[in-house]
Design a protein around this ligand. Sequence first.
Ligand code: AGP
Length: 609
Amino acid sequence: MCGIFGCVLCEGNAAPLIRSSLKRLEYRGYDSVGIATIFNGKILVRKDQGKIDDVNALIDLDGMPGSLGIGHTRWATHGAPLKINSHPHGDCTGEIMVVHNGIIENFSELKNELENIDHTFVSKTDTEVIPHLIEQTLKDNPKLSFIEAIQQTLKRLEGSYALAIISSKEPDKIFCARNESPLVLGINGKGVYCASDIPAFLPITNKAVMLNNGELAILSKKGYELKRIQDLSSVQRDPITIEWTSEMAVKHGYPHFMIKEIHEQPETLRNTLRMQDHYLDLLSTFLDRANEVFLVACGTSYHACLAASYMFSKLAFLPTYPVYGSEFVEQHGKSVSIDSTILAVSQSGETADTISSVCCAQQRAATILSLTNVIGSTLTRVSRVYIGTQAGPEIGVAATKTFTSQLSVLAQLALKLSKKRGKISQDEIDCLEEKLLQIPETVDTIVKTQEEKIKAIANKYKDAKVFFFLGRGISTATAYEGRLKLMEIAYIPAIAFPAGESKHGPISLIENGFPVVFICPKDETHKTVIGNIMEMKARGAHIISVIEQGDEEIKSLSEDYIEVPKGIPSVLSPIPFIVPLQLLAYYTALAKGYNPDMPRNLAKSVTVK
Ligand code: AGP
């Protein structure tokens, strides 16, 4: 997730406005910033790594002349957060500049093709192929107009993009395009604007035009023109009036970041599934060679590791050991060795216990691999290989979208490893890959169809003194995470354990009306889970189940149930099944009058760069 902004002003310099508008998009990324303007028919570029204010103090972004320009604030996905990888990116001649939010999946192939015909690339980004491809398209077909060259280029891109493009060949225009990454136009009498999100221009105009997937926009002093990428036919769309305040706009109209981030999951999952194969391949090669693999993390990230231990075992027949970051040194500090591999998982890449586990293992010559949401964090610097989870910055203290992104990368990794090791049939792998691609849609359906019901359940149980969260198999991890969410933001004590453990002690707590949440995918644990539900019910527990649609058997045993779409394979089930529990925690916190974005005594790990 990055932020882009561009403007064509009737009067004055664009750069100060671009800089201040990007500031309002910094919640989308803050690794680096860059601006390109056109002045006297020439393109000027200033960019550097770091936050906008720091970069502006160093290289005076505001001082750039020109009434037209584009800017970008970056959340690194391809390439470290360095100046060289900062946007805008240009072609060989420096006559075309591009800012981009999204992921170009086929950039490696395109880059190879262009390098073979002597294009020189300076960054590690996927974006840089775009200006070079436009340049090459024009070289190959000198009769094409600039917009036709953009159109041809866009047709070759696979993946997601919101783009703003300028060129000294068309010095009075900004060309924008959208496919699966947000882009919106703003207008007022003083100019026309394009941005990743409304807050960027809300202080200057509340008149907005939403761009749809597959559309192009041309901005000039005259206003805006919309076209379909497919055939460049015109699209007519009038501006709408945005009624949000600036504060509401940053949260996209949601009252809290947590609920915004829960709702963002279909999009963040789609981005995560665009993961570059190359990184998965590399990481799985290290895992394949490992003698022992520790999955090290804290809190929510630990729960992702717990789920991953089932994925690796079931799909790749690889035994792995999930370990709490806070316990690793005590438990394995002396035995970890050159034969050990650590896969550390951390949203922030800065959690002290995870980092000290990694440092301890590193001193003993173990191989360090990692999965993090923050490229450039300490974890990425100490890892041999790392993968970014592509969830974009997470502002809510309670991890939500980063958890489902972690799970989806870990599932992709387990599948990759499975292929390598030849442990399950190709048919089964193909089927799981297909199901994984459907998960964003599944999550979307859950949010759309179950949210109201979950709100009612939260209100019903808000005064409960304690909750149980139970699951079997991989759903144990879902249970642990559901319980953490509820405790963390609604301050209700909750206990989670594998459902089979009930009879070894915890069931003695059950009395009339005790709420027990059961996570019940229709997998090989289904029958035994029914047994566990019955033993709880017999002692007066109130069963709240998360079930597959149409699971009449468990429905009939439940006081309340939440349904997720049918046909989710067991190994992927934590991704959709956690979503109702995130919502349950959120609405319980609201019902109790707490602010879910500010849980007491807790703060998000911050990234120190
Ligand atoms: C979960 O909602 C919490 N924010 C917390 O458990 C978190 O997952 C943990 O502190 C680990 O953070 P990390 O992923 O940034 O390492």
